[in-house]
Design a protein around this ligand. Structure first.
Ligand code: FES
Length: 317
C-alpha cells in the first residue's frame, strides 16, 4: 500500500440528524490519487484505523482535487465516527489507500442495493454506470425518510433508475425475492449495508439460483459489542500462549497487543482475509463471508469480528 497521505478537511455539513458529509483536499494542495468505484480509504484516527468509502456524484476526474465521504455517528461505536463528526475545517487526518475490495464490473448490468450509510460506495457505482451507459437499477433502503442521506441529490442524478424504500412504510418495503427473480442472466448484484441486509440478499440470490460469483457485498459496520458478550480464551496453537478476549475487544485486538503477527484488512467481517482455522472450540460467527454450512461446521472463522461460544478456542496461528 502507498505511504500515508495527509488530508485537510475543507468543508462539512450534516445530511441527516446523524450523517455528516466531509470533503477533504490534500494538505498543501498536492495531487490526490485516483480510485475506482467501490474504493475506500483507511483513516488513521487516534482511536484506530477506520474505513470510509468514497462518494462521487460526477464521473471521477483525475484532477478532482478532493475526496468526499459521509459518516454515520454511531452512539455505541468505538469512537471513530465521533472523531469524524468532531473534525473542523482545517483539521488534518492521515489516510492509507485507496483500497477496493468491492469493485464494479464495468461492462455488466448492475443491481445496486444500499442500506443506510452503505449508500456511499453504491453512489459511485451508479455514477460510473450512468456515465458509461451501462444498465443499472439502484435500490436504497433506510429505516425512515428522515434517516436517508442524499435523497434529493440521488433523485436528481438517477431519476427512474432509483427506487427508495423505508422500513416504516410497508408499501415501500424492499422485496428482495422479487428483485432477485427479476435479475437478468448477466446482471451483477452489489449490496452495501448492515449485516442483516447482506445476509438477506445472499439468501434471496441463492434461492433464485444466482451464482455467488455475481453477488458482491461490503459490510458497513464494525465489530460492535453485543448484549451478553462475555470474555473467552484463545490459545495460539504454534506457541501455546493463551489470551483472554474480554467483551468489547476483538480477537485481533488482543492477539496484536500480545505481539502475535496477524494478517487482516476490513475488520468488519466481509473480506475474508483474517480467516483462521479453528482446531478446537466453538466459534460465534459474526461475519458475512462464510456460508451457513461453513458456519455450522465451525472449522474456520473470521477473527476480526467473530467470538466464541465455548470457553476457549484453539486457533491455528
Ligand atoms: S479482516 Fe476482513 S473479514 Fe476479517
Amino acid at each position: 500500500m502507498n505511504d500515508p497521505v495527509k488530508l485537510q478537511l475543507v468543508s462539512a455539513r450534516m445530511l441527516t440528524g446523524s450523517v455528516r458529509e466531509l470533503v477533504f483536499a490534500a494538505t498543501g494542495g498536492a495531487a490526490l490519487s485516483g480510485y475506482a468505484p467501490g474504493a475506500h480509504f483507511k483513516f488513521q484516527l487516534p482511536v484506530g484505523e477506520r474505513c470510509y468509502s468514497l462518494i462521487d456524484f460526477e464521473p471521477r476526474a483525475s484532477d478532482a482535487g478532493h475526496y468526499r465521504f459521509a459518516v454515520l455517528l454511531e452512539a455505541d461505536g468505538s469512537g471513530g465516527s465521533k472523531h469524524m463528526h468532531g473534525l473542523e475545517p482545517g483539521d488534518e487526518v492521515e489516510i492509507l489507500g485507496p483500497v477496493n475490495e468491492f469493485p464494479l464490473q464495468p461492462s455488466k448490468p448492475a443491481l445496486l442495493i444500499a442500506g443506510g450509510i452503505g449508500v456511499t460506495p453504491i453512489i459511485s457505482m451508479a455514477t460510473a454506470h450512468k456515465a458509461a451507459g451501462t444498465a443499472f437499477r439502484f435500490h436504497y433502503a433506510c429505516r425512515t425518510e428522515a434517516a436517508m442521506a442524499y435523497r434529493a441529490e440521488l433523485e436528481a442524478a438517477f431519476g427512474d433508475q432509483l427506487t427508495l424504500h423505508f422500513d416504516d412504510r410497508a408499501e415501500m418495503a424492499l422485496d428482495l425475492a422479487g428483485l432477485m427473480q427479476s435479475c437478468g442472466s448477466e446482471e451483477h448484484i452489489y449490496v452495501c449495508g448492515p449485516k442483516g441486509m447482506i445476509e438477506a440478499v445472499k439468501r434471496a440470490a441463492d434461492a433464485a439460483g444466482i451464482a455467488g460469483t455475481r453477488v458482491h457485498f461490503e459490510l458497513f459496520t464494525t465489530a460492535a459489542e453485543q448484549a451478553g458478550d462475555e470474555a473467552f480464551e484463545v490459545e495460539v496453537k504454534s506457541t501455546g500462549e493463551v489470551f483472554v478476549v474480554p467483551a468489547g475487544k476483538t480477537i485481533i485486538d488482543v492477539l496484536e497487543e500480545g505481539g502475535v503477527d496477524l494478517v487482516y484488512d476490513c475488520q468488519r467481517g466481509d473480506c475474508g482475509i483474517c480467516q483462521t482455522d479453528v482446531i478446537d472450540g466453538v466459534p460465534d460467527h459474526r461475519d458475512v463471508v462464510l456460508s451457513d454450512s461453513e458456519k455450522a461446521e465451525g472449522k474456520v472463522m473470521q477473527i476480526c469480528v467473530s467470538r466464541a461460544k465455548s470457553a476457549r478456542l484453539v486457533l491455528d496461528l
